[in-house]
Design a protein around this ligand. Sequence first.
Ligand code: ADP
Ligand code: MG
Length: 240
Amino acid sequence: MSTVLSVDNLSAGYGRALAVRDVSFEVKEGEVVALLGRNGAGKTSTLLTLSGILKARGGTVSVGGRVVAPGRPYAATKAGIAHVPEERALFSGLTVRENLIIAGARGKSELAEVYELFPELERLIDRRAGLLSGGEQQMLALARALRQRPKVLMVDEMSLGLAPLICARLVSILRGLADTTGIAVVLVEQHLELALEAADRGYVLRHGSVVMSGTRDDLLLRRAELESSYLGGAAEQRSA
Ligand SMILES: Nc1ncnc2c1ncn2[C@@H]1O[C@H](COP(=O)(O)OP(=O)(O)O)[C@@H](O)[C@H]1O
Ligand SMILES: [Mg+2]
C-alpha cells in the first residue's frame, strides 16, 4: 500500500510554547490510524498544523509524496486533507440540506451518496442542524468533510459526548470507507477501546511528542502500560 499522508518531524505551538514536538507518522492508503493521548497531549494541535491553521515551526507534511505548503488552510484542502474539528463546524441555524449545499452537495445524486452512508440524514434533511442530536450532527459533519473528496480525513474526538452505540457505528462507517475507497483516516481519540476497534495502527502522544506507536495488536497487548502511563491517570489529567 502506498503512503498517503506523511508527517515528518513536525513542530508547532502557541507563542513560545511548543504543543507539537518533532512528530512523525504516516498513514497508508485505506488505513485508519489513531492518534491517542490524554487531554493536552497535542492531538488537536497536530491536526490544526496538518490543516494549515497552526503554522508549523519545522518539519513537513506530505500528501501523495508532495509537500503541502505550511500555514495555509487552502493548500491543505487542495492537497486533499479534510478536517472534522472537535466542535464539528456546522451552521447550526441552517438546515441539513443547506449545510450540505454549502459543502458542495447540490444535486440529487450527491445527496443520494450522503444518504447511502448516513441513512438517518434523509428524514432530517429539512431540520436545522442545531436541532439534531450529537450523533446526527457528527454524521452531518462527516458528510460535509467527505464532499471535498479528500485523500485524508482527520476527525477530532468524534466520540465526545456521544452514546457508545452511535460511536461504534460511526467508527465502523469510517473503517468501511477506508476499506472501500482507500481514503486515509486519522482518528484522534481519548478512548483507547473505541479507537482501536477500527484502527490498523496507532501513535500515542504525550507532551507533544510521539512516545509509543504500533499496530492495533501491539497496542492492545501493551494496554495496561498505555493506560497507566499515557492515557488514564485521573490525577494527572486533572492537573493538566
Ligand atoms: N489556543 C491555544 N493557546 C495556547 N496554548 C494552547 C492553545 N490550544 C492548546 N494549547 C496548549 O497546547 C497543548 C496541546 O493541546 P491540544 O493540542 O489541544 O491537546 P489535545 O488535543 O491532545 O487535548 C496543551 O498544553 C494546551 O494547553
Ligand atoms: Mg483535543
